[in-house]
Design a protein around this ligand. Structure first.
Ligand SMILES: Nc1nc2c(ncn2[C@@H]2O[C@H](COP(=O)(O)OP(=O)(O)OP(=O)(O)O)[C@@H](O)[C@H]2O)c(=O)[nH]1
Ligand SMILES: [Mg+2]
Length: 407
């Protein structure tokens, strides 16, 4: 019995380690009931004023895991602020309740479940976002509609107003520096592995190998292919997303769930299979060449949210090792045209997006070979699009020698 207990614990610890290492995002939505405090009762006879109920705020914090929310709420999934204090004969002004501050990871979107409206985007580190407002303390002139008289021994009490109470959905949208976008099987995970070799990444020769987004951290010093090592060290978060398919902008193939993670990405890296792509070898799944793949991905992205098509973007033409000489020439020509922005003229009308992307860089590579020097150089240049993370409490002198982390 004892041994099996130990064994079970060891297995669960190993499983946890594996899960942490994979950094895979399985859950990206929680439902939480929030209740702001009620206003304290006022004391009519002595003109006493009740204290206000506490508000509920979310505070955006870096380095918090989404799953921590559930752990900290201990599965009750509710957040409560205290009620305001009632006025008494001794203390005619009741104390305001303390506000309730709840830390959430940066990038959380808070949606009111009742009317499906967005309450807050918790996107700025260390900022407090008001989620539910506490009720007002009761007092004589408080609007009569919301005042209730309660007869309590010989004193009349003005009841304070109720605080907000509702269910909210917390949506996690990753806030990676780099979001990998592409059709299934294009080599996104292989590229992630080339960037972060120490990470365990599932790679396979079939579509939808990656079923959940995964994040890894690329450190420029891990490069061994010899470009400017004098650059100060920095870390970039890279999100490998499951492949999207045509119709993703209409949520085909759970498209929303993946495209949403590009909303906060600083840079989008579009990974294209230079050999072209066909989801299934069937008539209703047409073969798309590399140019058509670029155009269709552009289309899906802009249909989901036009602003995404205007983000800094890099196009990676992958799998060039698998091309014959003639195909190589075609891909060279494609790379040139993608850079010149004239690429859109070569796309047939029905596949043409309205907002053609402007690729800041186009890189041809073989992610499988792991030789991605050109791509690393591009990342080095592109990092000027990133915002360095600064803790408001951080000492600027002390931070000078630290590794730079971008958010
Ligand atoms: N020849 C060649 N094959 C590659 C290259 N990069 C990836 N592949 C292969 O392409 C297949 C798909 O690679 P993945 O990295 O799993 O593709 P993905 O884009 O992550 O696919 P999904 O997770 O399904 O969206 C695997 O068999 C890889 O070995 C490359 O540069 N050259
Ligand atoms: Mg993958």
């Amino acid at each position: 019995m004892r041994l099996s207990g130990v064994l079970r614990e060891t297995i669960s610890q190993v499983q946890k380690l594996i899960k942490d290492d994979l950094n895979i995002l399985k859950v990206d939505k929680y439902i939480v009931n929030v209740k702001a405090g009620m206003g304290g009762a006022g004391l009519a006879r002595y003109d006493g004023v009740g204290g206000n109920g506490g508000d509920v705020y979310f505070v955006a914090k870096p380095n918090l895991a989404f799953s921590d929310i559930k752990k900290r709420l201990k599965s009750k999934m509710n957040i409560r602020a205290d009620n305001g204090e009632a006025a008494t004969k001794i203390s005619l002004i009741g104390q305001h309740a303390k506000h309730q501050y709840f830390d959430v990871p940066i990038g959380i979107e808070v949606v009111n479940r009742e009317n499906n409206s967005l309450i807050s985007r918790c996107s700025k580190p260390f900022r407090r976002y008001l989620i539910a407002r506490g009720g007002q303390g009761g007092y004589a002139k408080l609007n009569y509609k919301c005042v209730l008289f309660i007869y309590c021994s010989i004193n009349f009490l003005f009841r304070g107003t109720k605080g907000d109470i509702f269910d909210v959905e917390l949506h996690l949208k990753l806030r990676p520096n780099i979001g990998l976008l592409g059709f299934p099987n294009a080599g996104k995970s292989t590229l992630l592995k080339a960037l972060v070799p120490e990470k365990s990444v599932k790679i396979a020769d079939y579509a939808f190998t990656t079923v959940n987004p995964q994040v890894a951290f690329y450190k420029n010093e891990t490069n061994n292919d010899g470009f400017n090592l004098e650059d100060p060290p920095y870390t970039l978060s890279v999100a490998d997303l499951p492949g999207i398919i045509e119709g993703a902008s209409k949520n085909r193939g759970r498209g929303y769930q993946f495209l949403k993670h590009l909303e906060y990405a600083d840079i989008i890296v579009m990974v294209i299979d230079s050999q072209g792509f066909q989801l299934k070898n069937e008539l209703d799944c047409p073969f798309r060449n590399a140019l058509e793949s670029v155009s269709l991905l552009n289309k899906e992205v802009e249909l989901y949210d036009q602003r995404l098509a205007r983000k800094p973007i890099v196009c990676v033409l992958n799998k060039v090792d698998a091309l014959n000489e003639e195909k190589k020439k075609q891909i060279n020509a494609l790379a040139l045209s993608l850079q010149s922005q004239k690429w859109i003229d070569n796309v047939s009308e029905e596949l043409r997006p309205n907002t053609p992307m402007r690729f800041e860089h186009v890189v041809q590579l073989s992610a499988k070979s792991g030789k991605i020097k050109e791509f690393r150089k591009v990342l080095n240049i592109m990092k000027h699009h990133l915002h360095e993370l600064k803790d408001v409490k951080e000492d600027p002198m002390e931070s000078q020698n630290k590794r730079k982390v971008y958010i």
